[in-house]
Design a protein around this ligand. Sequence first.
Ligand code: ATR
Length: 277
Amino acid sequence: MRRYAVFGSPIAHSLSPRIHTAFARQTGIALEYLAIEATRDTFPAILAASGVAGANITLPLKEVAFAHCRSVSARARRAGAVNTLTRTDAGWHGDNTDGAGLVRDLTERHGVDLRERRVLLLGAGGAARGVAPALLDAGIDALYVVNRNSARADALADALGDPARVHARGWDALPTLGEFDLLVNATSAGQTGTPLPPLPMALAAPRSVAVDLAYGRAAVPFTAWARAAGCAQALDGLGMLVEQAAESFQCWHGVRPDTDPVYADVRRLTDTQPVSD
Ligand code: ATR
């Protein structure tokens, strides 16, 4: 039986084994899918010893995995990070399905039309880098990258290479930016326990959609703010998690699974605030 795994740290509570096992059952593909703990230092040796045909990569390994690849897809190169590895005769091939997963969750599951939208991206780390190119490719009108450390926002904006649509700002500029159609929290504030600096209510309008790339408890502060600010939808990252997994599954097995029943299963399983549509 072919073996696959998700690598990261901490990894014990990863939902990826449950998601991929459900996809495999649904599509009749025989596979084993494990969660393997690895740090930046131990990852190359643990990956080599694991015998996997493919891997998902999560925090804090997406950049290390990128550097470990023999070849990478165009979207992984733009993100500078990989979340999907496929073993080839020449070595590891890296891809990044995070952005496609977010866009698919927003457009297909939640009915969000991204074309010509004004988008706020909070954060400029790996998570922000992973989703920004896909948002631009989906036809948004403007992307404001806002980060506590404004030099990192500048660096991400430069890397995206689309000065007509991408604007970098520091956190202190938030009160001057007006309303956004889509607000994306790609900071790790919810995971680290350090709260986000206050967000002005004026960023949101009744038509706005807010999405936190995290799920579970980590997504609660931002989604609670979004509801209080009057957003039409306040979403967490669970749908994106399932969709990026489906995209990885398709890369490995050439079959696209039906994500709806699997999303319903993991939604039931997590103790998140319910998605408010
Ligand atoms: P990830 O891969 O999850 O994006 P990262 O590369 O360490 O992790 O980036 C974390 C992001 O969350 C950064 O944009 C960080 O802002 P700084 O670059 O200014 O450090 C942001 N972040 C983390 N904690 C935050 C907080 N409490 N408030 C605002 N931004 C925060």
